[in-house]
Design a protein around this ligand. Structure first.
Ligand SMILES: Nc1ncnc2c1ncn2[C@@H]1O[C@H](COP(=O)(O)OP(=O)(O)OP(=O)(O)O)[C@@H](O)[C@H]1O
Ligand SMILES: [Mg+2]
Length: 302
């Protein structure tokens, strides 16, 4: 964990809704937007996710941390309909979406971005965004936009897409193929596309990986705006603890698929189980920062 004494001081005060919530795995929250129960997914002999109970608070930023292979991405995949659990259930905004396909989950307002960006490189930036409104990903689904069901909405979709292009400073690239964007611009496009469905809950899988420092600040600003200006709920996977502590209201730590700790950043930074999980996985105190650098390099090569 960071040894910088200013880190804890710079983290946000615990929001009113979470004051008094115990700092323990699986703890209940006053107004959760997402509630997960008995969720398990294994691959061969490896249990990737084994979450007994987890509640994500509404209108706040939850940092999801844990060493490599802890199950963070698999948890996102399951909850957003990109993978199927061995067992388990969850409710989003009070509705069980456990059997829903990804596009339906997205349209209902729970949307995620990918650790490795998945912009469609042979479509323009604007087309990528407009497709986001359908909750779909594939090129063949561009036809969804010209189907009768969508025709009436196309103008509204275009207006929203143009607005997001300006907000994310991608408007000058609107007609270029997404394949020509830099790694950081792809991350911006990915986040903008997620917002096309006006989501209630946005799940960001390492949105800063592979992004240069200048763009990192801008991405962080966008993540804060989701909460502060739009009132959305955010779950955010990030390996850099300084970033996690700066913007998270609440932090959940996964290790070997299980929630091993939960609490406000100030409590998590001092949590021995969290420290042990990272050290056990890496055997090195400075591993967190190195890990972030590795991801950056990985991302810029992609
Ligand atoms: N499709 C798959 N097939 C086999 N094993 C998988 C698959 N997806 C994930 N796993 C395994 O499940 C475990 C959890 O992986 P996951 O990618 O969810 O971790 P993570 O916390 O996102 O890690 P990272 O921080 O490196 O992104 C790992 O042991 C991984 O090897
Ligand atoms: Mg991952």
């Amino acid at each position: 964990m960071s040894s910088d004494p200013n880190v804890a001081m710079s983290s946000r005060p615990v929001p009113a809704g979470l004051v008094g919530v115990a700092h323990e795995p699986g703890v209940g929250k006053p107004d959760p937007v997402l509630v997960v129960d008995g969720l398990r997914r294994s691959f061969g002999g490896v249990t990737a996710v084994d979450v007994a109970h987890l509640e994500i608070p509404r209108g706040l930023i939850t940092g999801l941390i844990g060493p490599n292979g802890a199950g963070k991405t698999t948890l996102f995949n399951l909850l957003t309909g990109f993978d199927t659990p061995d067992e388990g259930d969850w409710t989003f905004d009070g509705t069980s979406t456990a059997d829903w396909p990804a596009y339906r989950v997205a349209r209902a307002g729970m949307v995620r971005t990918f650790q490795l960006t998945k912009a469609l490189s042979r479509m323009t930036v604007l087309e990528n965004l407009m497709l986001g409104a359908t909750g779909q990903r594939g090129e063949r689904l561009l036809s969804a936009l010209v189907s009768p069901a969508w025709r009436g909405q196309e103008d509204a979709i275009r207006v929203r897409a143009e607005d997001l292009l300006v907000r994310f400073r991608l408007d000058h690239m609107r007609d270029q193929f997404a394949g020509t964007l830099s790694g950081g611009q792809r991350k911006l496009l990915e986040m903008a596309r997620a917002l096309m469905v006006e989501p209630t809950l946005v799940m960001l899988d390492e949105p800063m990986a592979g992004v240069n420092p200048a763009l990192t600040q801008s991405l962080l600003g966008h993540v804060k705006d989701l909460r502060d200006k739009e009132g959305r709920s955010v779950v955010f996977v990030e390996h850099d603890m300084d970033v996690v502590f700066e913007i998270s209201d609440w932090v959940v730590c996964l290790a070997q698929g299980k929630v091993i700790a939960e609490g406000p950043p100030s409590a998590i930074g001092a949590n021995q189980e969290v420290i042990d999980a990272y050290l056990g996985a890496t055997h090195d105190h400075s591993a967190l920062r190195r890990e972030r650098r590795r991801k950056r390099d990985e991302g810029s090569e992609a």
